[in-house]
Design a protein around this ligand. Structure first.
Ligand SMILES: Cc1ncc(C[n+]2csc(CCOP(=O)(O)OP(=O)(O)O)c2C)c(N)n1
Ligand SMILES: [Mg+2]
Length: 439
């Protein structure tokens, strides 16, 4: 209940559970510190000075912004001081993505726009963000971040995060809500003209939108990864909670599925844990019963915990499960092909080499869910609309093309090339690796 909030594992062995004792239970609240941590005035002063000198500021928000319920303060700082906002994986939903100051996401499967903006910033304000390898393009200089020469204001409740992956000019250990609120107050009444910078942002976003549309707005069938995500955004209310599985769906959702309200995008995050999305979506619906919950995930991910859909039926929990079926672990196949020139164990095939897939619609029906398979692209929106409106557990299978699956990869991730690959990929890898800052 203290420190950086998050999941905690406590193990209670059986023999301890079986013991009996007379104990006095002290009220736990009287043992905990009161309130949240405020920033030091000196740090706020130095951060404000730096922000006033910034010509190309960018705010990077991580999951800490959402956990600390600091999204209103972040919005106020961004709009008052005209600072574009980019998000990490867990920071997604911390800023409305239809706002003109939204710059996209950062990292390996961020957006080209988000990475360009962040790597060309002169001042980066990081709030509740750990700069993980995914979100920082494995620290390769200039791909997602250029710190230094960019100067960093780093706000985090955990002192170990400050300066851990990038040197901070101003490190602020504080609750994100208080820290950002104080920056807003310190800049109050000051104005700034960033019309040229914001026009550049608009241009970058327009280019990205064109790129995105080529895969999102196509009737190619089986579907691209992006098409059903675009359709979901069209038919789902603004407050819909999207719970996203791993693999191609996860990266594609980060890029293609805009969200507008805090806690409306839940992802298995950097370790991309398969089998997480189905139970997580059930939990999300229990926690927020008034908001629609859509779980969108790959066939491989679904198969790891698919039996949990029974819980939706036995407890009347109306989650919509959308399965992007490409008959295999296509995100892994992609990596195997690119880095090892072969793939193994990632296509689900019959002995004769043709694709194998269980019948997902039949699985849904067998468990007692209302179930669909989209057979034609023109039916997609209608089926999804019906699923959202049904107010009962629903399963929708969307056939997905094995060769049109996955997000764009505008950033970098340090994935070593095996020694037996002896072509130009070795040199390319070595060159980018040499630019990693922590080495
Ligand atoms: C528990 C677990 N095991 C293995 C992995 C490695 N892994 C990441 S994505 C992936 C394949 C996901 O397949 P699917 O859900 O069908 O999505 P696709 O990549 O085909 O779109 C695997 C095996 C993982 N992230 N989690
Ligand atoms: Mg798959």
């Amino acid at each position: 209940m203290t420190g950086r909030p998050g999941p905690v594992h406590i193990e209670v062995p059986m023999d301890v559970q079986a013991e009996a004792a007379d104990v006095t239970l002290h009220p736990i609240a009287s043992r905990l510190p009161i309130g949240k941590m405020y920033p030091s005035p000196e740090a706020i002063q130095r951060a404000t000075d730096l922000l006033r000198s910034a010509r190309r500021p960018v705010m990077v928000i991580g999951g800490g912004v959402i956990t600390a319920r600091a999204t209103d303060e972040v919005f106020a700082l961004a709009t008052q001081w005209k600072v574009p906002v980019v998000t990490t994986w867990n920071g997604k939903s911390g800023f409305p993505e239809d706002h003109e100051l939204f710059g996209g996401s950062v990292g390996q499967t961020g957006t080209p726009c988000g990475n360009k903006l962040a790597s060309n910033a002169d001042v980066v304000i990081a709030v509740g963000c750990r700069f993980t390898d995914w979100s920082s393009s494995s620290y390769a200089k200039g791909i997602t971040f250029s710190i230094p020469p960019a100067r960093l204001i780093h706000i985090d409740v955990d002192p170990h995060e400050i300066g851990k992956n990038y040197p901070a000019d101003v490190g602020i250990v504080a609750d994100a809500k208080h820290a950002v609120a104080q920056l807003v107050a310190a800049l109050k009444g000051l104005t700034v003209d960033r019309s040229a910078y914001l026009a550049e942002l608009g241009q970058l976003k327009a280019e990205w939108e064109k790129q995105l549309a080529s895969r999102r707005d196509t009737d190619r069938f089986p579907f691209t990864s992006q098409r059903p995500l675009g359709a979901l955004r069209k038919v789902c209310p603004r407050d819909t909670i999207f719970v996203v599985g791993s693999g191609n769906t996860q990266g594609a959702a980060k890029q293609t599925l805009p969200v507008y309200l805090p806690r409306t995008h839940l992802t298995s995050g950097g370790f991309s844990t398969m089998g997480w999305a189905v139970p997580a979506a059930i939990g999300a619906k229990l926690a927020a019963p008034k908001q629609p919950v859509v779980c969108v995930l790959g066939d491989g991910d679904f198969l790891m915990t698919s039996q949990e859909i029974a819980v939706c039926v036995t407890n009347n929990i109306p989650v919509v499960f959308v399965i992007q079926n490409n008959a295999g672990y296509m995100s892994i196949r992609g990596g195997q092909r690119k880095l090892m020139d072969r793939h193994v164990g990632t296509e689900f095939n019959k002995p004769d080499g043709t694709p194998y897939s269980p019948d997902y619609k039949a699985i849904g029906q067998a468990f007692g869910l209302k179930s669909y398979r989209v057979e034609r692209p023109q039916d997609l929106e209608n089926i999804l609309q019906e699923a959202i409106s049904a107010n009962e557990p629903v399963l929708v299978e969307v056939p997905t093309d094995r060769d049109a699956a996955g997000p764009w990869v505008p950033g970098w991730w340090d994935f070593p090339i095996p020694a037996y690959i002896t072509d130009e990929r070795q040199e390319e890898y070595a060159t980018t690796r040499r630019s990693e800052q922590h080495l």
